[in-house]
Design a protein around this ligand. Structure first.
Ligand SMILES: Cc1cc2nc3c(=O)[nH]c(=O)nc-3n(C[C@H](O)[C@H](O)[C@H](O)COP(=O)(O)OP(=O)(O)OC[C@H]3O[C@@H](n4cnc5c(N)ncnc54)[C@H](O)[C@@H]3O)c2cc1C
Ligand code: SF4
Length: 546
């Protein structure tokens, strides 16, 4: 054959990035000079930073995002393979401690353009109104300086932009529907439906997930092969890499990838002047800016503020309250695995596709405040193998036997609310990374309310698994979803940022990421639970919300 039938195999003439099987982005992008004083520098181009970049660029601001990881080309950089996707996670060294140390690395922070939204499972349930007034209702945590009604239009807007597929009627929290139809069920979703139905527990099926249930622009439909937390090479799962970054660049934003912010510079009159960073070769740079927004997530945001200590802010930048790094939360994320006689094929669906939030609110019958959700999880074989090692101490031939049985197992995950405690904290370790920057020390401790909640949540999830028909049920303790450590509040003495994300101490320094999300325990908290307003009762009959 002299010529290939379908054109040539030559390299593309323009520098085009693939962001999915069909979506392309044409580089180069606009470039600013370091001596330009841009309007904003955003540190971190992840879930929050990516959206913010697009919003600011569209509004006409000169904006540069510094991103520690690479700008992914999904065709060249990603593989649909569990062991080949570790570069998606923030795997730099950190020290973990406390009475219940968190496993760090994979399963918490992202790295690279898109951040954690590249490897998230794309479950998108909204906060409930009660989440914003936990202290008023339940006597624990504290109320936010904003409420659900302020956030609600933004949920509605982003659910259209990502977009989110889910039931037409979702009953929990503030009842609402989703703009795109729900997904078909996989084996684990069917098990959750069966278990919940048998116990009269309402269950939502087919979402809400930010995964395409139909094609959308230049992004294709989900093909149900289960590699969502490996990045979704297809481009069906929403990440800011495929949803907001292309428009940000088209609107004139710049992303400097492989650029690790090392320190924020404080100038005169308590105003920041820009960000010091290292490029991929370790060369030091400084980008001038009128304002700086940190969007590095719950560990790296406080780390950067602490590493930016300077005269006037000896305990860390914007840390006059000594709350930077404190009140870090995770969710209890225990996985409950059940073995079924019939094959389940749990890889044949997005891991997240059905859930119940029936136990989300505080229930006076419980001996703890707040609650939990139960969702589908679909670990691929390596994760499943680790769970078998942890839960059954399986090893050698025994582990091999369990692995051969993979297709008969279903996995549910619980998402349990852990309260904010001041001793759950990010500080600086004495060790340094390859740039010479002090690394984070993360200390995590479960308190009584957390332990009681986890115990009940595990028991309920196990009950649902048996009710679904499992013949053997095991569980592995895990934590997921970090939040907090640069908390929002009205009082500058007890919080880092105000309700707009502006640091109380420095008027042109902002935080916009998961680290802002924290419900502080006020100093006068007595530890006792108060009566709380209940949301309207849901029917105890079983409902499938589609
Ligand atoms: C396996 C997994 C599944 C998940 N599934 C879900 C889910 O289904 N639903 C859900 O709601 N949440 C889920 N999450 C959580 C979700 O991914 C995070 O809450 C979210 O990504 C946090 O967004 P962020 O913008 O705060 O941080 P990120 O998205 O992590 O972005 C931070 C970015 O900042 C960069 N950065 C950090 N420090 C620096 C620095 N000094 N200089 C330059 N860049 C820096 C990082 O490289 C990163 O790209 C999941 C998480 C994991 C690990
Ligand atoms: S199952 Fe997940 S990885 Fe596969 S196409 Fe759908 S969203 Fe993407």
């Amino acid at each position: 054959m002299k010529k290939p039938l379908l054109g040539s195999f030559e390299a593309p003439k323009s520098r085009a990035h693939m962001l999915g099987s069909l979506q392309k982005i044409h580089l180069p992008m606009k470039r600013f000079s370091e001596s330009d004083e841009v309007d904003y520098v955003i540190v971190g181009c992840g879930s929050a930073g990516g959206v913010l970049l697009q919003r600011l660029a569209r509004a006409g601001f000169n904006v540069v995002a510094l991103e520690a990881g690479p700008f992914w080309d999904t065709e060249l950089d990603w593989v649909s393979d569990e062991s080949g996707s570790h570069q998606l996670y923030w795997e730099d060294p950190r020290v973990t401690g406390g009475s219940d140390p968190l496993a760090l690395g994979a399963n918490n922070c992202g790295r690279g353009v898109g951040g954690g939204s590249v490897h998230w499972a794309a479950f998108t349930p909204r906060f409930h109104p009660s989440d914003f007034e936990v202290y008023t209702r339940d006597g624990v945590g504290a109320d936010w300086p904003i409420d659900y009604d302020i956030i609600r239009p933004y949920y509605e807007q982003l659910e259209l932009e990502m977009p989110v597929a889910g039931p037409a009627y979702y009953p929990w929290g503030h009842p609402h529907g989703y703009p795109y139809g729900p997904h078909p069920m996989g084996g684990v979703g069917n098990a959750l439906i069966k278990g919940c139905t048998a116990l009269n527990i309402p269950v939502s099926i087919g979402g809400p997930v930010a995964i395409l249930s139909g094609s959308h622009g230049d992004r294709p439909h989900c093909i149900y092969r289960g590699f969502c937390i490996q990045g979704c090479k297809v481009g069906a799962k929403a990440s800011t890499l495929v949803t907001h970054v292309p428009d940000a660049l088209a609107s004139g934003a710049e992303i400097r990838d492989n650029s690790m912010a090392s320190r924020i510079e404080l100038g005169k009159n308590r105003r920041v002047t820009g960000v010091h960073y290292f490029d991929r070769d370790g060369n030091a740079h400084f980008q001038k800016a009128k304002a700086v927004i940190i969007a590095g997530y719950s560990i790296e945001t406080p780390r950067l503020l602490l590493n930016s200590a300077c005269p006037g802010f000896e305990k860390g930048l914007a840390n006059s309250s000594d709350t930077v790094g404190r009140y870090m939360m995770a969710q209890a994320g225990n996985v409950v695995l059940g073995r079924f006689d019939q094959p389940v094929h749990m890889y044949k669906a997005p891991p997240a596709h059905a859930l119940t939030e029936e136990f989300y609110e505080t229930d006076p019958k419980n001996d703890f405040a707040r609650g939990f959700a139960i969702q589908t999880v679909g670990p691929l074989p390596i994760a499943f193998g680790k769970e078998m090692v942890a839960a059954k101490r399986a090893w050698g031939w025994g582990l091999r036997r369990e692995m051969m049985d993979y297709n008969h197992w279903a996995t549910f995950g619980l998402l349990g609310e852990i309260l904010p405690w001041p001793d759950n904290r990010v500080t600086l370790a004495n060790e340094t990374d390859h740039f010479g920057l002090r690394i984070a020390h993360v200390s995590f401790n479960l308190h009584d309310n957390d332990k009681r909640l986890i115990k009940t949540a595990k028991e309920k999830t196990t009950e649902v698994m048996y009710a679904a028909g499992a013949t053997e049920v095991i569980q592995e303790a895990r934590f997921a979803h970090l939040v907090g450590a640069a908390r929002m509040g009205s009082d500058p003495r007890t919080s880092v940022v105000d309700k707009f994300g502006r640091t109380h101490d420095i008027s042109n320094l902002f935080v916009c990421d998961g680290s802002r999300k924290a419900l502080p325990t006020p100093p006068h908290h007595s530890g006792t639970r108060r009566s709380h307003g209940r949301l309207p009762n849901l029917s105890t009959r079983c409902h499938l919300y589609v």
